[in-house]
Design a protein around this ligand. Sequence first.
Ligand SMILES: CC(C)(COP(=O)(O)OP(=O)(O)OC[C@H]1O[C@@H](n2cnc3c(N)ncnc32)[C@H](O)[C@@H]1OP(=O)(O)O)[C@@H](O)C(=O)NCCC(=O)NCCS
Length: 166
Amino acid sequence: MEYERISRLNRNRVDAFIKQHWHTTTMIIRGKEIDMTKTEGFFFSEGKEMIGLITYIFYDNILEITSLDSLHENQGIGSKLVEAVIHEAKERKLQKIVLITTNDNINAIKFYQKRGFDMVRLFHNALDVSRKLKPEIPLIGENSIPLRHEIEFELYINPVIAEENI
Ligand SMILES: CC(C)(COP(=O)(O)OP(=O)(O)OC[C@H]1O[C@@H](n2cnc3c(N)ncnc32)[C@H](O)[C@@H]1OP(=O)(O)O)[C@@H](O)C(=O)NCCC(=O)NCCS
């Protein structure tokens, strides 16, 4: 199974997938609205059905993962999509990859740490700000845990730059 890159030709399918799984194509990250219809990314399909999608944006020599969803878990789809993004960041000679997940998402916290991402920042009560822009964000998240904080992970692509920043 091979992943495909988001393009003009499949953008409608990608936007429909995002809407289906996130209820809207606007994501709030660190209190800022992200228009998910403008993101780049990769996806896996099975027939006509999209079964995994990773999206990202670029700024300041950084690639930020804005979403990752696998519909067929524990088959390597999530890992392959993250590997595709790491490859992309290397090709573009970017400094690092960052992403935000929320405090309730124990599975994602495990998944990213096992793939070399480091937990670097906590945005305490960030979801209070997000809910002002998007009131439909639930109070209780995954694993019945109160959904309150954003946790930032990063993976340095260029270790020389990483040492200079210490
Ligand atoms: C987090 C998430 C993206 C992981 O996707 P996934 O497709 O299950 O990821 P993988 O299959 O690559 O890896 C999951 C586990 O399955 C294992 N696995 C992979 N292929 C396997 C196979 N063929 N047989 C058995 N296990 C396998 C992996 O080793 C991994 O376990 P590990 O982390 O202990 O090493 C997915 O759970 C998800 O969509 N969650 C909901 C949305 C979300 O939280 N997104 C991330 C926050 S933005």
